[in-house]
Design a protein around this ligand. Sequence first.
Ligand SMILES: Cc1ncc(COP(=O)(O)O)c(C=O)c1O
Length: 381
Amino acid sequence: MTQRHVTIGAPAETAAHYEDLVNRHGSPLLVYDPAVVRQRYAELQRALPGVSLYYAVKALPSAHVIRTIDALGGGFDIASGGETELLLREDVFGRRTIHTHPIKKDAEIRSALRYGATTFVVDNDYELTKFVPYRSRVGILLRVSFRASGAAVDLSRKFGCAFDELPGLLDRAAALGIHVKGLSFHVGSQCADAAKHVEAIEQCAALMQARAETDPTPMSVLDIGGGFPAAYHRTGLDLEAWCAPVRAALGRVPDDWQCIAEPGRVLVAPAVTCVTTVVGTSRRDGVRWYYLDDGVYGSFSGQLFDHAVYPLQVLREGPVEPSILAGPTCDSIDIVAEQIALPELEPGDLVIGHEMGAYTAATRTRFNLLPDAQFISLEPA
Ligand SMILES: Cc1ncc(COP(=O)(O)O)c(C=O)c1O
């Protein structure tokens, strides 16, 4: 199991900041800092110059984040009618989105078209035929499967055609009169390194160039998906170094291609901090248990769905002993952390979860009808 990073104690100013937030807004909280998204976005742009960034809305479908990305001039990767509606409410033009879900109902395609989306992702023959009625209005990206073994979340098992299926799908699209404008892939989320991105870029680029010799409307879009990691281990994330091989591989593709990426986690994970409160304690079989007001059915849902291990922090210092942090529901899988060394905590003490923006609020449930952690922004809307 991945080791969890735990910080004991905090500078007085930091502790006062969290305590003040809870005094003003209550607990639990998800505290969003737009400045962090702006910083990450700029870092990613510097690391991948010339690559158009489409924020993967699924990572944190919040109006606050949409506004931050919108103000930066970024694009949006959407995958459902709900995500489309969120962008509509925020007055984002459909032209600034790509619809990346490879499997869609016809109603979903129609509503995305009405919204103004024109780029859609497809990974099989049946899905291609769904676009015949709309072929004059769309450009398709064919999604191909490349699986990074070191990714925390495998996104190519369920989607993406095999590489050797691409020529057949391209021929089929041509026969149906559907314009395939490029290729896309997602090698998996939270990738340890960029080796699979590089392999995927090289293979896709070679195929696109080979086809360009005969296709009357050659492909010119290469979508490299997401997968850029968050720093769950608190070791610092050198995004520039992580992206260097990707940048080099993209430097070898023709200048007139449009290269795009769909980053989710890397932009929002560090931008949200979860603030929870100890509401009860007990000692069971000699081990201290602390019951929090948020857990794996709530903001920590990513520990189950996303395989994430969030760094934790307690504000109090003192001699430590093995402890368990449990969530508020009646279910015994609702454990946030086991066997972590903590000082003695008291009801009312705060426990802070860091790097909690991606796939947290997005996947929480209402089990026990417990209220969601309130989402607040450090900047006015
Ligand atoms: C199609 C697609 N694009 C982008 C993303 C975002 O990936 P990440 O959070 O790894 O950047 C996902 C994640 O599920 C996805 O399915």
